[in-house]
Design a protein around this ligand. Structure first.
Ligand code: TXA
Ligand code: MG
Length: 322
């Protein structure tokens, strides 16, 4: 019998590599969110990811690589538009769905013919990937349906004792997951909104369609995702909602200005200078903080529906789903 040992947090790439090489799980920093990583080719380690996260086996994982050359070991084809996107956005927050080869265990792709791949833009994780020499599969390092972690302490708080090590690379600069793009007969489609906007992708490869599947991948699978434990209301009209819930103890997350209806101590401002990117980088951390304060209700002000605001509203809408 093993007793749960406290999870260590540090920036030792050699230790992280050693643990991963021995089939253990390590949380890793990326520019989007922290990932819960395992050796892609070690099925036992990959299975541990699903049990630690309590994630259904129907939800496939993203493989992380450090070079385009590493793709030859895991995919059978790279459509031309995929190559153009890699050139434009890797390393960076773009995940591509590509046809997998036989080396990729079926547990990674939930039995599907494509494998999701990205090259993360974080120096520690790129160094780690080079050192281990195998791709790392890594979903976000949170229990299933909970808020994704954007710093090492979020991971420690959620997974303490369940994994040996968190590689601490500081706070995530993007703070929202990668954008996912796939191809059907060479025609590109976006499967998850994320840190790279649709316009930026269309500037490189032309028109793409939206095929959001995070709820449809497993039929009947709950849409709830990215959620705090405290009930969350996503608000189009903050003042009206504060009045509506005035007999509740409310915490407010607001992207660019405080409401005069509540003391500042009950509010978290995501970006003082009204900058979407800063707001995005701070959103999950604000949700973690607010969720720890014992409020009856969190009210988050909806973002304007443009640019990265679309992806941020997508996360808020999933976080509030009951
Ligand atoms: O930014 C990110 O992508 C982060 C960091 C750690 O890289 N990872 C992440 O992983 O968000 P995760 O597991 O929380 O979300 C991955 C999503 C799955 O829920 C699924 O919707 C999609 O990627 N996915 C993965 N493999 C797929 C496949 N073969 N076909 C279709 N969708 C896939
Ligand atoms: Mg996730």
């Amino acid at each position: 019998m093993t007793t749960a040992q406290e999870t260590l947090v540090g920036n030792d790439v050699n230790l992280a590599a050693q643990l991963l090489g021995a089939g253990k799980l390590v949380a890793i920093p990326t520019e989007t969110v922290y990932g819960l990583a395992a050796n892609m080719f070690c099925e036992d380690a990959v299975n541990q990811i699903f049990s630690v996260k309590q994630r259904p086996a129907t939800n496939p994982l993203i493989a992380h690589i450090h070079s385009v050359e590493s793709l030859t070991g895991i995919v059978t084809d790279i459509p031309q538009k995929a190559a153009m996107l890699m050139q434009a956005f890797w390393p960076g927050p773009l995940t591509l769905l590509l046809p997998k080869n036989q080396q990729v265990p079926n547990v990674v792709t939930a039995g599907m013919p494509n494998v999701a791949v990205r090259m993360p833009n974080h120096p520690l994780t790129l160094a780690l990937l080079k050192k281990v020499g195998f791709p790392l599969v890594a979903p976000s390092a949170n229990p299933y349906t909970y808020i994704s972690p954007t710093n090492a302490l979020h991971v420690k708080k959620m997974l303490n004792g369940k994994i040996p090590y968190v590689l601490d690379g500081g706070p995530c600069t993007k703070g929202i997951e990668s954008t996912i793009v796939g191809f059907k007969d060479g025609v590109p489609a976006m499967y998850r909104m994320g840190a790279i906007n649709m316009e930026d992708i269309e500037n490189v490869i032309g028109k793409i369609t939206l095929a959001i599947t995070e709820k449809a991948i497993a039929p009947g699978m709950h849409i709830k995702h990215y959620s705090p434990i405290t009930p969350l209301v996503v608000s189009n009209n903050l003042e009206q909602d504060i009045l509506k819930y005035r007999n509740h103890n409310i915490g407010v997350i607001t992207y660019n200005s405080y409401t005069p209806l509540l003391p500042h101590e009950q509010q978290l401002l995501l970006s003082e200078d009204n900058d979407f990117k800063t707001a995005g980088a701070n959103l999950y951390a604000a949700m973690h903080t607010m969720d720890g304060k014992g409020y009856d209700l969190i009210i988050a002000r909806k973002f304007p529906q443009a640019g990265i605001g679309l992806a941020l509203n997508d996360r808020l809408n999933r976080a509030k789903a009951t």
